[in-house]
Design a protein around this ligand. Structure first.
Ligand code: NAD
Ligand code: TYD
Length: 362
């Protein structure tokens, strides 16, 4: 089993990255190392997501660095300054709708940013004879969307050919190819994971589940794209990150691991389920909320169905999901109900000032 010492996490202030860091400090008693969180704090980054970690470990075992992953100098500096042995690369532009409206930043961050980090890792880890030093690993976080769109049958395997169809998935597919290229060309020890749709606490309310929860609570319309019969395979963010930790410890360099919830829902079915839970918990009238469902113009090139076959990680790394969907969704709704201050800060834009208000210079 690999031991984790100095981990460079990119995009650690986002939804999945912040869960990864919180869980690493909270749940992994065996982890005694340091985390360096490299995050630009785009609209999706929220340093408040890590306030508990910052309070307990800031400046000793947790270090936040606000910078762009495309910045070569910073990347090189961090590898040498912190003697990085493990990279967990979450940072990305992650929202399909935004990629349709403005694809360029997706190319820059997702492709050029990944390339910049790969180069920095290679520079730091390559020995004079060209071989790579022992014990290091670059783990790349990717998505099932690189595989394209499924018909009514079947699921994506690690061997499924790539067929990305949105600017977002095309940029992620390209970054995946670069990661693999560094393995085959330079022998850089890399692993990849391609995961299905995540849900859970701290998700930015532009993605389906938090957007719908907040719109319900605020009495706003619930926009369903097209007929709402598109299918996604939902997984709790904690289950995703437990899989990532297993890959870091026992994954085989050069390998891809698919991670999924084996939990397919049509968007419209899921919305009705969510309405039931939110109305029960928040005391809203179900019929009134149902009236706010609004079918809107479909997303351009909207992928119809995603489903992941995660047999490999279950068999090879003994990964098991902990959350059933019912419990996971109920906990998620509870979290949004209990964290009004977080929501208000996000809605007002105040979350962008968290760093200045809470960090002392060091
Ligand atoms: P997110 O949008 O919530 O967070 C992205 C983070 O990356 C933010 O903190 C942001 O500030 C940071 N970032 C963006 N551009 C940057 C740059 N140029 N330099 C440094 N930091 C930058 O995203 P998420 O949902 O947490 O997704 C994390 C990763 O997981 C992404 O790589 C995404 O493709 C992948 N993924 C997401 C899902 C999902 O359902 N959300 C599913 C599968 C895979
Ligand atoms: P999203 O959360 O954006 O994730 P992804 O596009 O990466 O799967 O969307 C999930 C599904 O919900 C997708 O089929 C698009 C649909 N959707 C809506 O119908 N309405 C919305 O307002 C949003 C944000 C998404």
């Amino acid at each position: 089993m690999r031991s984790l010492q100095n981990i460079l996490v990119t995009g650690g202030a986002g939804f999945i990255g912040s869960d990864f860091i919180r869980a690493l400090f909270a749940e992994c008693s065996g982890f005694t190392g340091r985390v360096i969180n490299l995050d630009k704090l785009t609209y999706a980054g929220n340093a408040e997501n890590l306030s508990t970690v910052e309070k307990k470990f800031g400046g000793t075992r947790y270090f936040f660095v606000q910078a762009d992953i495309c910045d070569k100098k910073t990347a090189d500096f961090l590898f040498s300054e912190y003697d990085i042995d493990t990279v967990v690369h979450f940072a990305a532009e992650s929202h399909v709708d935004r990629s349709i409206l403005g694809p360029e930043v997706f190319l820059r961050t997702n492709i050029l940013g990944t390339f910049t980090l790969l180069q920095a890792a290679k520079n730091a880890w390559q020995k004079a004879d060209g071989s790579i030093k022992d014990g290091v690993l670059f783990h790349h976080i990717s998505t099932d969307e690189v595989y394209g769109s499924l018909g009514t049958e079947g699921s994506f395997k690690e061997t499924t050919a790539y067929e990305p169809r949105s600017p977002y998935s095309a940029s992620k597919a390209s970054s995946d190819h670069f990661v693999k290229a560094y393995f085959y060309t330079y022998g850089l020890p890399v692993t990849l994971s391609n995961c299905s749709n995540n849900y859970g606490p701290f998700q930015f309310p532009e993605k389906l589940i938090p957007l719908m929860i907040l719109n319900m609570l605020e009495g706003k319309k619930l926009p369903v794209y097209g007929d709402g019969k598109q299918i996604r395979d939902w997984i709790h963010v904690s289950d995703h990150n437990a899989a990532v930790r297993l890959i870091l410890q026992s994954g085989k360099p050069g390998e891809t691991y698919n991670i999924g919830g084996e939990n397919e829902w049509e968007n419209i079915e899921l919305l009705h389920k969510l309405i039931e839970i939110v109305c029960d918990k928040a005391g809203l009238n179900r019929d009134t909320v149902i009236q706010t469902i609004t079918h809107v113009t479909d997303r351009l090139g909207h992928d119809r169905r995603y489903a992941i076959d995660c047999t490999k990680i279950k068999k090879e790394l003994n990964w098991k999901r902990q959350f059933d969907f019912e419990t996971g969704l109920a906990n998620t709704v509870d979290w949004y109900l209990k964290n009004k201050a977080w929501i208000d800060n996000v809605r007002s834009g105040e979350y962008r000032n968290w760093i200045e208000k809470n960090y002392t210079k060091r």
